[in-house]
Design a protein around this ligand. Structure first.
Ligand code: FAD
Ligand code: FES
Ligand code: MG
Length: 287
């Protein structure tokens, strides 16, 4: 169980892994995630979205960016290696129905969780407009997969190296200014991007859902790590989400909580990179 069947590098630090997990593949729905624990001795638990699943092969696809200790360790695993624990599918699935025109906005690694959602809205008979953004062309992922789904695909890069130069909020605002306006927007990416997508659609009263990426530990509603304020209520992203009405989310508080362990995370990342470099050098010098 949980054997890595296929590993592909999508960009400098983004990896795709197809992992054997037949029960999860059977059950999962767009919008859901798994909690991954590489090893149960000292491995921390991290949430990753189920980007795709193949019930016939009995596999799920994870797409992740190596940003810190655990994702760097995950990226170092090879085909044939096993992930010790995989818990899921967790979270509420995306509510998908025929709404008319749905705009799907993905920033950076957020394009990975957006993919099954865009696919679901297309299959439900919606016109799907996809806006993808990245800092530069090299960091764009899943362009061909998104192009295959989209009725219209708009690509933005911060430096103008591909597609439009600028932020995803610019084409989003233009679409909201048109008549008819989009019926629904779903935005997934860095918290700051989701916040400004919600602020862009708010004056046009276009319903906008976001998928929150808070810190998670158990993923089952018990630790409180993923607590967010939505409207006047406290919610747990792992069991009440991960999707919420973007117009009601307190993004500033969420971003503050996400930075809580920054010093420890930086130290762990540096130590992990050093360990991996030493291991690499040792393997090169061994006869
Ligand atoms: P660290 O250096 O420990 O942390 C880097 C940053 O990641 C932190 O500053 C914090 O913002 C966040 N983070 C740290 N620990 C956790 C944690 N236990 N849970 C959540 N966030 C954490 N990333 C992907 O690349 N692909 C995905 O498909 C994806 N799906 C996600 C789905 C959900 C529901 C959530 C909540 C997050 C998702 N993430 C995804 C983010 C991913 O979980 C973090 O990048 C990962 O936990 C970082 O761990 P690390 O040890 O490598 O980095
Ligand atoms: Fe523990 Fe949500 S991750 S309550
Ligand atoms: Mg970590």
């Amino acid at each position: 169980m949980n054997t890595i069947l296929k590993k592909t590098q999508l960009s400098d630090d983004v990896f795709l892994m197809r992992v054997a997990a037949p029960l999860i593949a059977e059950e999962r729905k767009p919008g859901q995630f798994v909690i991954v624990q590489i090893d149960s001795n000292f491995g921390e638990r991290i949430p990753l979205t189920i980007a795709d699943a193949d019930p016939q092969e009995g596999s799920i696809t994870l797409i992740f960016q190596a940003v810190g200790k655990t994702t760097l360790r995950l990226a170092a695993l090879k085909e044939g290696d096993r992930i010790e624990n995989l818990l899921g599918p967790l979270g509420r699935p995306t509510h998908i129905e025929k709404l008319g025109t749905v705009v799907c906005v993905g920033g950076g690694i957020g394009v990975a969780p957006l993919h099954p959602i865009a696919q679901g809205f297309k299959q439900a008979g919606n016109k799907v407009i996809i806006i993808m953004g990245a800092r530069n062309q090299k960091l764009l992922i899943l362009e061909q997969e998104m192009r295959a789904i989209a009725d219209e695909l708009i690509i933005c890069t911060d430096d103008g190296s591909y597609g439009r130069k600028g932020l995803v909020t610019e084409p989003l605002k233009e679409l909201c200014q048109q008549e008819p306006k989009p019926d629904f927007v779903v935005a997934i990416g860095p918290p700051i991007m989701m916040k400004f997508c919600a602020e862009t659609t708010r004056p046009f009263a276009v319903p906008t859902f976001v998928s929150l990426n808070t810190i998670m530990v158990d993923g089952t509603g018990m630790c409180g790590g993923c607590r967010v304020t939505v409207g006047a209520e406290t919610k747990f992203v792992c069991v009440d989400g991960p999707e919420f009405d973007g117009h009601k989310v307190d993004f500033d508080n969420m971003m503050k909580r996400l930075r809580s362990y920054k010093t420890l995370e930086d130290q762990a990342r540096h130590a992990c990179k050093l360990e991996q470099e030493i291991a690499q050098k040792q393997s090169e010098t061994q006869p």
